[in-house]
Design a protein. Structure first.
Length: 94
């Protein structure tokens, strides 16, 4: 049996707001990654033929790549959105 979804303007608008929010957060993550690469290469200079700083650079990149997301999950992972008290039970059934 096929169900036809009924969309209202608020549902569609909230969907696009969430999509735009996720796209902007992805953009922020990409810029942060570029800045991380730039400053790690500035701190740990690795030139042609001289790879003395390479292990420290790799360890710093792996540590930052693991610690920052885990810290974000631990800091913001327990935040729950507020419950809607009067949510319709069959919002998408028609």
């Amino acid at each position: 049996m096929l169900y036809r979804r009924s969309f209202n303007a608020a549902t569609v608008r909230s969907y696009w707001v969430r999509c735009c929010l996720m796209a902007s957060l992805m953009n922020v993550a990409l810029v942060a990654d570029q800045l991380q690469t730039k400053y790690l290469n500035y701190l740990f200079e690795v030139g042609r033929g001289s790879y003395a700083n390479l292990p420290e650079l790799i360890l710093a990149a792996v540590a930052i790549g693991f610690i920052v997301p885990v810290a974000g999950i631990l800091a913001f992972g327990s935040i729950r959105p507020p419950r809607r008290l009067n949510a319709p039970r069959d919002a998408f059934r028609n």
